[in-house]
Design a protein around this ligand. Sequence first.
Ligand SMILES: *Cc1c(COP(=O)(O)O)cnc(C)c1O
Length: 350
Amino acid sequence: MTFTLHVDGARWRAHTGRVLAGTPGLVPVVKGNGYGFGCGLLAAEAARLGVDVVAVGQADEIGAVRSAYAGDVLVLTPLDPRVPSTAPAGSDDTVIWTVATMGGLKAAAGRRVVVELLTSMLRFGFSDAELAAVAEQLPAARVEGYAVHLPLAGDPRARAAEVDSAIAKLAGAGLTQTSRRTTLWVSHLTEAELADASARHRGLDLRARIGTRLWLEDPAAVQARAAVLAVHPVRRGQRYGYWQRRATRSGHLVVAGAGTSHGIALTAPTPAVGLGQRVKTAGTGGLEALGQALSPFRVAGRRRWFAEPPHMQVSMIWLPEGVGAPSVGSELDVDVRMTTATFDRVVVSA
Ligand SMILES: *Cc1c(COP(=O)(O)O)cnc(C)c1O
């Protein structure tokens, strides 16, 4: 329990509340490491936000959200009978399956499905040529709408054009009717792009699947901290660590409670979306030339060098003479990427 994510609850919830208010049809994405917070905590937040559906990445994550969230769950990775791990376990009717292949569509007979169209992402989806065959199969399916997953980069006009072209293709294949509203599940459209798309297509209900922008956009709402477990004075020339390196000058070794199992990498991670701007990478001079790496741990406001590569649950950090050593039991701020960090606990302040 030495690596902790501290969440300023009021601030974090003010942000998620703003995203909810600005995004009609919001579908919170709860997957992977739960964006650092954990899937259970995010599922509880989704329940608090009052949304009617959340999205998980994979079928085996349904259980992780279930204990905290009772609404519908959309699975983003397409169901494909060639990939047994994508197959549904049980017959829970609150689950909506994504399908992106004919095999998947057939295997999902009797289940609620979202039909994904291939975009310039080239990740998952039916090609244009396959849409006619999808239309033939539809009477057997319970279609909850269509989906497009857009790239993050690119000109907003190209993104808008991709949404328009998806809608035109659906109409061309006879998958939409002007007399009926159509639900389009989208990823990575901004609030302005969502509003524009709704205005251009009056018969469309947009469902925006959002993870990063919902959970992580306010950098000041979260801070990772590692407990200081030990501090040792070191003389110039003294050996230390697994590799018995010699100290090139005197200073302190700080043993901090976060290591590789928490996602602490040898190379300082790229700052998380939002966490980033506070990070001013210190000069990469002498120590790097000696094969050392700048750590994500901060002491006295600056990131410090690893004394050696991080261990499983601790890291040894080098503090040069003249920098006040932290006390055992205090916590160091750590600049981590939230989507690769694994915390021992998450503390949400009221
Ligand atoms: C993960 C995922 C999202 C959410 O992505 P963020 O960048 O975290 O908002 C949306 N759509 C799909 C299909 C995804 O796999």
